[in-house]
Design a protein around this ligand. Structure first.
Ligand SMILES: Cc1cc2nc3c(=O)[nH]c(=O)nc-3n(C[C@H](O)[C@H](O)[C@H](O)COP(=O)(O)OP(=O)(O)OC[C@H]3O[C@@H](n4cnc5c(N)ncnc54)[C@H](O)[C@@H]3O)c2cc1C
Length: 315
């Protein structure tokens, strides 16, 4: 199949869809590593995504789906089939629904939605301030911070199941757990969400948002200058309701992670659970090897198997 064959012609004629060949995945995510995708399809509206979904079976396999790539490590070998990227930097304001809830395009950036919700006085969203990535990526990964997770904020999720059937899922259908959901694993595509209209106070939320953004700037790297994909490993789940989740970063710090490097990959000096691209020569293989070594060290010292929070593509 060439870029001029029928499904591509139909997609390329849509004003909100771009189809490209051989684009490096290093340009599709916040770690800025990874080889080329055979075909990259980018769109940012539910209408455009519906078009892509309808033609998905005709696109060169294997087919993969991403948002802004802020939680994915792309392989140096790239992606041998079609990668659909659902993300936009253009903020489309959520649509009010008669019952007081709001319908949101899942391709918009989570931080932009957080800013909007604070201005509107829709409670809870201030917690997501400064988290990179799309609303869709946040839903499937049940993103969270400051004790608030996406599962607390939704009434419904709208998209397509793996067979391409349009679906409306309730929060229960999504089977959310810590940084996970059923949708992350079953080939579903999220096009929109409906958010709960929890009443808040714009002024209080804006103040809280500013506080959270300042804290993030202090503790987290800015991925634009220090490429990364956030926390690499999941925190340790409690074995009983009486226990608290234990930070993976603490265990990593105990094994000296902060001074570890591999090729151009390193550990962020202020946060042992964040791996960074410390040199332009850094490859995905460097990051992968460093992560394996850290995992092994923690296992040897604490008999704990750290589980990856990030996703990988093409390994
Ligand atoms: C500096 C930094 C700080 C971060 N801080 C946090 C934090 O505090 N809390 C937190 O939870 N995360 C954090 N992250 C991780 C990341 O920002 C979130 O996981 C984010 O929600 C991922 O969204 P994305 O659009 O980039 O998803 P991607 O990385 O593109 O994709 C992640 C997964 O979601 C799937 N996916 C994406 N969009 C859709 C969709 N529309 N439908 C179906 N599946 C989809 C992909 O297939 C993939 O499996 C941080 C990352 C960075 C770089």
């Amino acid at each position: 199949m060439t870029q001029h064959s029928p499904p591509f012609k139909t997609l390329q004629s849509h004003p909100d869809i771009t189809v490209e060949a051989g684009i490096p995945l290093s340009t599709c995510g916040t770690f800025q590593v990874g080889g080329p995708a055979k075909i990259l399809i980018t769109c940012g509206t539910p209408e455009a995504l519906a078009k892509v979904r309808a033609l998905a079976a005709e696109l060169p396999p294997p087919l993969a789906f991403i948002g802004a790539g802020s939680n994915i490590l792309f392989a140096d070998t790239g992606w041998p089939g079609t990668l659909v990227r659902y993300t936009t930097d253009t903020f489309t304001p959520p649509r009010p629904l008669p019952d007081g809830s709001w319908r949101v395009n899942a391709a918009i950036q989570l931080d932009a939605l957080a800013a909007w919700a604070c201005d509107q006085g829709i409670k809870g969203w201030e917690a997501f301030s400064g988290i990179p990535g799309t609303v869709g990526g946040a839903v499937v990964g049940n993103a969270g911070a400051w004790g608030v997770q996406m599962e607390h904020m939704l009434c419904a999720v709208h998209g397509w199941d793996a067979a391409g059937q349009p679906r409306d899922w309730t929060a229960d259908d999504c089977a959310f757990t810590y940084r996970d959901s059923r949708l992350k694993h079953d080939g579903s595509w999220v096009g929109e969400i409906t958010l709960l209209p929890l009443p808040g106070d714009p002024q209080q939320q804006q103040t809280e948002r500013a506080r959270i953004l300042a804290l993030r700037a202090e503790k987290h790297p800015d991925w634009r200058t220090t490429p990364c994909i956030g926390s690499f490993f999941k925190n340790i789940q409690p074995s009983s309701a009486a226990e608290r989740r234990q930070a993976a970063g603490w265990f990593l710090e105990q094994v000296g992670a902060k001074t570890e490097t591999e090729g151009g990959a390193a550990v962020y000096e202020k946060h042992a659970n964040i791996l960074i691209k410390a040199a332009p020569t850094c490859t995905a293989t460097d990051v992968h090897r460093l992560a394996l070594r850290l995992q092994q060290r923690v296992h040897e010292k604490f008999n704990i198997q750290l589980e990856r929070e990030i996703q990988t593509l093409g390994f």
